[in-house]
Design a protein around this ligand. Structure first.
Ligand SMILES: Cc1ncc(COP(=O)(O)O)c(C=O)c1O
Length: 351
């Protein structure tokens, strides 16, 4: 029995999905009288009057080419948050099953589980922010369906040790979802190339970070074609707008711009890491493989309000386990990064 057959919720297995009008054909030279659109408005050249491609085929081709993955292994969602939600909805029975998360990490795994009435089994990362394999093993239960990992991890910025992740993939008989929202900023190559090796591996990526398209809300899940087919069956029919698809096709089709921005961001990150480490108010700077830096201050609350009063907003992560007195600072433009350092310098002179 395949993993999907074993873990798919019975109500979803027996579901008759909504058959969207546009899933039958996307040809141009036919008269579309099937979807109750406004035929006058739909004569506009920009296709805004018509429902968009429900399966985002053209976008998947472009993403598949850049990431070297077959389109039938790609799900496109309304942000990767949608893929997190759908994975939980498809494979976790409400009120019975659980997901494992490893704090400190991205908050939406827990929120999505709670919305779906799925228990959250929270197993902290170890002191170096890596997967604590012994602890994980002792805490998995027969109801654990999905383990969520984030690499590079938000908010700590480190990549998880691939050896630990591989061992987890080998001995856990549920899904391991690896969220690679920040993978383009990392020196690790990520897990996409190992998809065919593990039927329980699901990789999430997003256009919100390196690709610079947070506003259009596009995230991807990469997995076996069986898992992708399940996600497509339960997603809202037109989950990604035509406007978003067309911007994404243009952007992902020209990855050079993304790579140039990533190089600049990494250079700025390195500069910021060094400059921040030299400040008296800073206790330590956690090494980052993302587009942000987690910084431990002597008094984070004071720094947070001082920066706020000088027009700089950063994210307080102090309440997360292992992140006491820590703020997460996104790498900005060179001007913004220098402004940040100038504001700190002015403070150090006056205190
Ligand atoms: C680890 C991680 N995953 C996913 C997301 C959200 O991605 P999207 O904008 O595609 O929903 C974020 C956003 O901050 C993130 O940090």
């Amino acid at each position: 029995m395949s993993l999907v057959d074993r873990l798919l919720r019975a109500n979803i297995r027996s579901l008759t999905p909504y058959a969207s009008a546009r899933s039958e054909t996307m040809e141009n030279d036919v008269a579309f009288l099937d979807a109750n659109e406004n035929a006058f408005a739909s004569n506009a050249p920009d296709a805004l009057g018509r429902y968009p491609d429900p399966l985002q085929n053209e976008l998947k081709k472009v993403v598949g080419k850049v990431r070297r993955i077959s389109p039938d292994r790609i799900f496109v969602g309304n942000g990767s948050d949608e893929a997190i939600d759908l994975m939980i909805r498809a494979f976790c029975h409400p009120g019975r099953d659980e997901v494992m998360i490893m704090p400190p990490t991205y908050g939406m795994y827990e929120v999505m589980a709670a919305i779906n009435d799925v228990t959250v089994n929270s197993v902290p990362l170890d002191a170096g922010f890596n997967v604590d394999l012994d602890l994980v093993r002792s805490r998995l239960t027969r109801h654990t369906r999905i383990v969520f990992l984030c690499s590079p991890n938000n908010p700590t910025g480190n990549s998880l040790d691939p050896e630990h992740v591989a061992r987890l993939l080998e001995w856990f008989d549920g899904f391991v979802v690896i969220d690679e929202a920040y993978i383009d900023f990392s020196k690790e190559s990520g897990w996409l190339s190992r998809l065919s090796q593990y039927e329980n591996l699901v990789v999430l990526q997003t256009l919100s970070k390196a690709w610079g398209l947070a506003a259009i809300r596009i995230g991807m899940a990469f997995a076996s074609s069986d898992v992708i087919a399940v996600l497509n069956r339960i997603k809202p029919p037109y989950n990604v707008s035509w406007l978003s698809q067309s911007v994404a096709i243009d952007t992902v089709g020209n990855p050079e711009t993304m790579r140039r921005h990533v190089d600049q961001i990494i250079a700025e990150r390195k500069w910021l890491e060094t400059a921040l480490s030299d400040l008296d108010v800073v206790e330590s700077v956690f090494p980052s493989e993302a587009n942000f830096i987690l910084v431990r201050f002597r008094d984070a609350a004071k720094v947070l309000s001082y920066l706020r009063s000088n027009g700089i907003i950063v994210r307080d992560r102090s309440s997360m386990p292992g992140c006491e007195n820590s703020l997460r600072i996104t790498v900005g433009t060179p001007e913004q990064n220098r402004q940040l350092l100038d504001v700190f310098a002015a403070w150090e002179v006056t205190t």
